[in-house]
Design a protein around this ligand. Structure first.
Ligand code: URA
Length: 230
């Protein structure tokens, strides 16, 4: 929300006072004096007037998890363990998953309480590649790469998938890079050729690569540098 709106929503300031506070350079957001009324204030921002704290700001949290097989990418599930069960963190209900994986898919899962950050990561328009290692039941034929690059029509969503890059590694394995995350997208792409995916592992989302030292089921906080890259 804009800082002028944030301030005038507080019972103590009217709009005229807010204008003056900004002009008089008495407002700080995250330690910086702010005079632009359009400056963005988030739940993570610390907002001060003179030296009085108006909002302390919640800490933004970001984790990288190596998702194991057999767990649900959801915050709650009545039957199965969820990826959040693997996190030993307070206030887990505030966290969400940036790009889910299917029950038996393994690999990189990013979990955060920062909705803007996770949207940048997952929205197709930011065109960040999601890279998967794939194993299949049948051999991967020569037509696959061109078909995936041209895009496949998904009737249920009435859309054509964005160009995807397939690198065949062996007769039954490949690395696939896609820039969307449609429901069961990778399985449906191989399903177009009646080829069942037998193993699916996400290696990378944009610049963020699964940390090799994380065993399945383990996680770590992202570094400041990793957070900034998105
Ligand atoms: N595509 C799929 O089909 N499943 C996943 O888990 C991720 C991408």
């Amino acid at each position: 929300m804009r800082v002028d709106r944030f301030l005038s929503n507080l019972p103590r300031f009217n709009r005229q006072q807010v204008r003056l506070l900004l002009i008089e350079r008495r407002i700080k957001v995250d330690g910086q004096v702010i005079s632009d009324p359009r400056h963005d204030v988030r739940t993570f921002s610390r907002v001060e007037c003179d030296d009085e704290v108006l909002q302390a700001g919640k800490p933004a949290r970001y984790f990288m998890l190596h998702k194991p097989q057999g767990c649900v990418s959801a915050t709650l599930d009545p039957q199965h363990r969820t990826v959040l069960d693997l996190l030993d963190e307070p206030d887990k209900s505030e966290l969400h998953i940036a790009g889910r994986l299917d029950f038996n898919t393994t690999g990189l899962l990013l979990i955060t309480n920062d909705g803007q950050w996770s949207r940048r990561l997952t929205q197709p328009r930011t065109k960040l590649p999601k890279v998967y290692y794939v194993e299949t039941e049948q051999a991967i034929g020569p037509a696959y790469a061109a078909t995936f690059a041209a895009g496949l029509y998904f009737a249920f969503e009435a859309l054509t998938t964005q160009p995807a890059d397939l690198q065949v590694l062996s007769p039954n394995s490949a690395r696939l890079s896609i820039i969307e995350g449609r429901y069961h997208q990778v399985k449906r792409m191989f399903g177009h050729f009646d080829n069942k995916v037998t193993r699916l592992h996400r290696e990378r989302m944009g610049p963020l690569v699964l940390d090799e030292s994380l065993a399945p089921g383990h996680y770590r906080p992202l570094t400041d540098e990793e957070i900034r890259q998105i």
